[in-house]
Structure formats: C-alpha cells, structure tokens
Design a protein around this ligand. Sequence first.
Ligand code: G3D
Length: 191
Amino acid sequence: MYTLLSGLYKYMFQKDEYCILILGLDNAGKTTFLEQTKTKFSKNYKGMSLSKITTTVGLNIGTIDVGKARLMFWDLGGQEELQSLWDKYYAESHGVIYVIDSTDEGRLSESKEAFEKMISSEALEGVPLLVLANKQDVPDCLSVPDIKTAFSDCAPKIGKRDCLVQPCTALTGALVLCSSWSSLSTLGLNN
Ligand code: G3D
C-alpha cells in the first residue's frame, strides 16, 4: 500500500530534472540571462540588480520549475582559462544554451572557436543546443543571419542534434521570455 501511494505521489508531484549548461565567452550576457530567467520563473525570487551583475567567474547556479520539468542551470565562466573546465560538466547536461554577444564582432571568431570545440565533444553528442544572439537591443548589432553565416562551418559538427539560433535581449528580458523558452520547448526540454 505504501509503495502504491508513494508511487502515486511521485507520479503526481515529482518533476523530471534536466541540467542545462549556459556557455559562451565572458561578457556575452550569460549571468544576465540566468538572472532574468530566475526572476521570471521563480515565484519568490527577487532578482539581483542587473546593473550589479559582473562577469561569470567560476559557476552560477539557478533552478526553475516549468510545468512538470525542473531545469537546473549551470552558468560557467567564459574566460579563456575557465573554458577548459566546461567539459567537466558535459556528461551531466541535457541541453546547452550558448550565448553570443552580438555587439562584439571583434570576438565573434573567438566565440565560434569555443563553440566548435564544445560541440566537438563526444559527451555532448545529441545534446540539443540553443544559441542566443544576445544584446539585440543595441543598434547595429550582428543579426541572427550574420551570426549563422559566421558559424556556418560548424554545421557538420552540429550534425543531427537539435539546434536553434534565436535573437535575445537578456538585459530587458523581452525576447528572452518569448523566444528562448518556446525554443527550449521546441527542443523538448520544457515539458
Ligand atoms: P557573462 O556572465 O556572460 O560574463 P554578464 O556576462 O551577464 O555579466 O553581462 C556582461 C555585460 O553585458 C553586462 O554589462 C551586462 O549588463 C551586459 N548585457 C547583458 N545582456 C545584455 C543585453 O541584452 N543588452 C545589453 N545592451 N547589454 C547586456 P556591464 O556594463 O555590467 O559589463
């Protein structure tokens, strides 16, 4: 009887847990994206002032519940010396959000190299990717087609896994909420 009841309880209330990595170069807007997401999806979470966010050094963690899914985000530092730590988290991850600073054309090739190295990892084979072209509020920033063109030679390495590139403004949350989350849903991470 206890087993039956506990099974029923788990079926009704237990959430499926997914680990999502938030990766990208330093200054891309990873922490800002995570803060906006937590503010929107966590009832009692009072977000930190976005103007006080400093670039990720080490790891920021956030958990949100969306429907029957619990999403655990790991926002990893993007400085060159910290990128070598990314692969320690790959085996645990169910999805990757890769954030690009659309205003920083000068570092786009650096970002592409980090992206290419990341998707080349066997541990991430088949893991869905959501690429966010962030800072779309800034006039004359790179558009999604610009970024797709710059990253086009990564296509063979992306292979058959789900991959979407979305415009995003983490600072205001405007596009973060409407497009990024429907994208996660499309990728099957948001039940
Ligand atoms: P990181 O965690 O990837 O290192 P942060 O990046 O989240 O710390 O953001 C780096 C800088 O980019 C921050 O500015 C932040 O406010 C800014 N930023 C993040 N998202 C956006 C966006 O959508 N639009 C604009 N215009 N700026 C954004 P500071 O000045 O604090 O360094």
